[in-house]
Design a protein around this ligand. Sequence first.
Ligand SMILES: *Cc1c(COP(=O)(O)O)cnc(C)c1O
Ligand code: SF4
Length: 366
Amino acid sequence: MIRSKNYAARYPGWYDWKWQYAHRITSAEEIASFLNMSQAEKKDVEDCLSAFRMAITPYYASLIDSADPEDPLRKVCVPRIQETYPCENDMADPLGEVSDSPVPNIVHRYPDRVLFLTTLCCSTYCRYCTRRRVVGEEDRVITEPVLKKAVAYIRSHSEIRDVLISGGDPLVMRTEKLEHIIRELRAIPHVDIIRIGTRVPVVLPMRITDELLSMLRRYQPIWINTHFAHPREITEESARACAAIVDAGFPLGNQTVLLREINDNAETLKELFLKLVHLRVRPYYLYQCDLSRGIGHFRTTVDAGIDIMHALTGNISGYAVPKFVIDAPGGGGKIPINYDYVISRDEQEVVMENYRGKTYKYPQVL
Ligand SMILES: *Cc1c(COP(=O)(O)O)cnc(C)c1O
Ligand code: SF4
């Protein structure tokens, strides 16, 4: 596999995030030539692109093993014809975000926190994106009137103490634009923590600059959550980006979507989660794949997720084990799904199984 260092020697802009963003692979021609695709494969990509757009940073593309059609990172970002197959149960808005939206770009589902969608752009589009109904439709960053309305909503709801800035990917915005949004939120006294959800450390790690981090430091407390899907995404560059974020004083979490034939086995996820903990990134959620249109081929059974959680729990550090959740279709929110360790429970005792399958009893208070 070609290492990005070689690319860096060839392209002087390689470590400049704006160069990476401007040189994203967005057309069937470019990806076909990059991966030596056949005419038929290229036609499949073209068919997909009529429904959902594609963008891949040169950095992320450089991580793909172009000799392997089954490469997991390729499946993450390069369209496959299955995207165009209609699937039973597909929904345009599987999480019911439209109905939980009191004002545009705000999703208020839980009592004390809101999701704030600030941009529809990402530097690299994940083929399995939940929000593909909107993300990538056009590269749109929140306009001033929409921002004002969203901020006014948060200001008038004193129960909101946690604002999750997401999108799209908020870190593809210019630093000044992002600062403008964060400054508005920080000016609201009841907003306690601000969170940023971003895949930039994985797909555009050069975006994590001192300039960005020193801006964010002025608005603490800020928590950042990133999105690694596979251990091969951990590179020198993405590790550096994570270290810079943590060293700058931001707790860094990670969410991963369980993806068929990409990361749906205990060995791959164990490697990923242990490597993340090594980087001081805390695995936060493992998501069962949603029901968005054209992503049915990424879905695994729920049992596959439960089995993986069972294989990890107890066997590796608790820090390396995320919560496994299903974001319930129709807007029910995230529901934790667990292996059931309780064999029986009555007024006398609780009978339970440990991670090795041995049975133990705990007597109840009588
Ligand atoms: C995931 C999510 C949140 C944040 O939930 P946590 O469990 O606190 O991380 C908030 N609002 C919406 C709509 C969400 O989907
Ligand atoms: S980074 Fe997030 S919002 Fe962007 S395409 Fe991937 S999953 Fe969707």
